[in-house]
Design a binder for this molecule. Structure first.
Ligand code: NAD
Ligand code: TYD
Length: 357
């Protein structure tokens, strides 16, 4: 009873998870249809991340459309041109620190943009029910856990940052479009991802690059905040399983069952980068630098993903050790990618905010 799709719109396909999702479709999922990557190419979007796919499938099974999800005429034109039977919605402003400094873009893209996309899909698909809108969301909508307990699909929403509040709003809109207009939807809430092509403002790539460049490794607060880490390809295999097999109108939690205090994760990264670069770990340890805590910093995230495992038979393929090794190796081998995505405006922003902390 698995769904089949011919033409998928992937929003945010030039970003971290989206580019890996497109690669997963072409290389691992056995998908034989067309993919339209709809992306505005903000600071976080980079077409280099899908260049290999473009070279192999461009103009035949892979298409790129530069558009803002909030720009209704453009989104309508893309729906009209390709007549998709599914949308995988990943486009978003995604970094918590940026949402604290400038929340407006998060409301514009994550709330208004998702609304526009949903509304265009509803109109384009009004006579069809063999379609699907899959919304990719985060566990951060559930708020912060204490020392025990897990987020399940029944946990009440309790977002604490402008980022998580904007994602929570988008989740509610997706559910509302299902209940009110009958739009076929599935929704996933995933824990922290790591892997290749992640923009180096997030913890894992930022720490790897700072080590390589001899820069301070900024640890927020006491370093004991806990995140549940999942390799990006395992997130994407879960999204694909939900799209093919998940029940319309339902949400699924995705997680790595892999909780780490930030400081302990940093310790693993130090060991791996030291090994890969032939540097004594003590040299990197001397760069660890405790800085002022993030305002409203959620203490612990942990996911109960038993619905996904039991009902859809999903399991992760990558151990934390193999996934982290692969990630460290990727960043060491792709320094030019990192330099290019971090050039210009981002570098200035980062430097200003480092000194402000
Ligand atoms: P990212 O920041 O790396 O990429 C976001 C992409 O969206 C970029 O290519 C950007 O150009 C594009 N984009 C931004 N605004 C847009 C707009 N208005 N119109 C069109 N495109 C736009 O993000 P990511 O880490 O790949 O996250 C993808 C999705 O997964 C997000 O919805 C995020 O909330 C969710 N998510 C991320 C994580 C994580 O750990 N990174 C975990 C769970 C869920
Ligand atoms: P991040 O990668 O920004 O993801 P999120 O905030 O969505 O979980 O941060 C992961 C954790 O690492 C979070 O607890 C904040 C912390 N952190 C640092 O200690 N230092 C840093 O420089 C960054 C970017 C994050």
């Amino acid at each position: 009873m698995k769904r089949k799709f011919d033409t998928l719109i992937v929003t945010g396909g030039a970003g971290f998870i989206g580019s890996n999702f497109i690669r997963y479709l072409f290389e691992k999922a056995g998908f034989e249809g067309k993919v339209i990557n709809l992306d505005a190419l903000t600071y976080a979007g980079n077409l280099e991340s899908t260049e290999d796919i473009f070279r192999r499938f461009g103009g035949k099974r892979y298409f790129f459309e530069k558009a803002d999800i909030g720009d209704r005429p453009s989104v309508e034109a893309i729906f009209g041109k390709y007549k998709p039977d599914a949308v995988v919605h990943l486009a978003a402003e995604s970094h918590v620190d940026r949402s604290i400094l400038g929340p407006e873009a998060f409301i514009r893209t994550n709330v208004m943009g998702t609304f526009t996309l949903l509304d265009v899909a509803r109109n384009a698909w009004k006579d069809r029910n063999d379609v699907l809108f899959h919304h990719v969301s985060t566990d951060e909508v559930f708020g912060s856990l204490g020392d025990s307990g897990y987020f399940s699909e029944d946990t009440s929403y309790d977002p604490r940052s402008p980022y998580s509040a904007s994602k929570a709003s988008s989740d509610h809109l997706v559910m509302a479009y299902h209940h009110t207009y009958g739009l076929p939807i599935t929704l996933s809430n995933c824990s922290n991802n790591y892997g290749p092509n992640q923009f180096p403002e997030k913890l894992v790539p930022l720490m790897i690059l700072n080590m390589l460049e001899g820069k301070p490794l900024p640890v927020y607060g006491d370093g004991k905040n806990i995140r549940d880490w999942l390799f990006v390809e395992d997130h994407n295999s879960a999204v694909w399983a939900i799209m093919r097999d998940g029940e319309s109108g339902r949400s699924y939690n995705i997680g790595g069952e892999n909780e780490w205090e930030n400081i302990k994760l940093l310790d693993c990264l130090i060991e791996l980068v030291a090994e890969a670069s032939g540097t004594p770990p003590a040299q990197f340890r001397s760069l660890v630098h405790y800085v002022k805590d993030r305002p409203g910093h959620d203490r612990r995230y942990a996911i109960d993903c038993s619905r996904l495992k039991k009902e859809l038979g999903w399991k992760q393929e990558h151990s934390f050790d193999s996934g982290l090794r692969l990630t460290v190796g990727w960043y060491l081998a792709n320094k030019p990618w990192c330099d290019r995505v971090r050039s210009g405006a981002y570098r200035n922003w980062l430097e200003e905010n480092y000194t402000a902390r």
